[in-house]
Design a protein around this ligand. Sequence first.
Ligand code: ADP
Ligand code: MG
Length: 300
Amino acid sequence: MIIVIHENNEWISPFETAFQKLNIDYLIWYVPDMFLDLSEVPPDAVYWNRMSASSHSRGHRYEPELVAGILAWLDRHDRTVVNGPNALDLEISKMRQYQELEKFSIRTPKTFCAIKTEHLLDGASRIGFPLITKHNRAGKGLGVKKFDKQAALQNYLDGDEFEESPDGITLLQEYIDAPSKSIIRMEFVNCKFLYAVEVDTSQGFELCPADACELESNCPTEEFNKFEIIDGFTIPNIADYERFLKQSDVGIAGIEIIFDADGNYWTYDVNTNTNYNPKAEAQAGQSAPEEIGKFLSSLL
Ligand SMILES: Nc1ncnc2c1ncn2[C@@H]1O[C@H](COP(=O)(O)OP(=O)(O)O)[C@@H](O)[C@H]1O
Ligand SMILES: [Mg+2]
């Protein structure tokens, strides 16, 4: 049996559909409704952790902490877990993600991290303008805003609109200007590159590929394809990303990169909880949920 640990019902149906199609025996553990008697023994199963860093935006502020405990319990009982404790650790902290990526010579944008406004205002001069703010723990583009000048940044940090990251840590990051007005999200299953999807960023920074999220962003025209799978995409150091995932115990992930005007690419987000765009997948004849189903079954 496969057990999926997650906290967002809107994201789960594509996986259930794939598991049913593949005749996979599965159970869904919805974290907000979970409790745990530590003397119990976990079911004999292969576990897939899909805890998301943006859970607080759905009223699930403490669920990552509960999952950390559940994963420790599974570990104690030697259960096979895809995206175990280390994946959760990376999921909830961009600071920690960037350190791990750099260990594998994967380039991340210049980033400054602090809690206090005064330190962020000082740090801005190290990064230079334009820069973007983001949350250390987030996802869905929460807290991502672009600033061209110190005064505008100061107004934001001092004003009512400022949203704090759930862990209190704000990041300032060098803004990478992409001539393509898009980013690339590379999907990995079983630590292996599966496909890359190009995401149009001309409408803003909230780029979750799940159907439910895409609808929220109000596509202006019906023909507008925000997500498109790129045929034959590759980059020279794709194997470094695969090594990074393997060593970090992240079996399934979506990693985001952005190409600048010189053709250099920068890696700025590792989603250990990743969603797929059904329309883009249908057009390209791909199904990451089915690949995941096959991968998880292979571990049984
Ligand atoms: N350094 C950057 N330069 C330019 N755009 C960025 C940069 N970092 C993030 N963005 C834009 O903001 C979006 C959300 O940022 P990201 O770091 O992925 O946060 P989240 O974890 O909330 O998804 C990205 O997909 C991208 O479009
Ligand atoms: Mg992202």
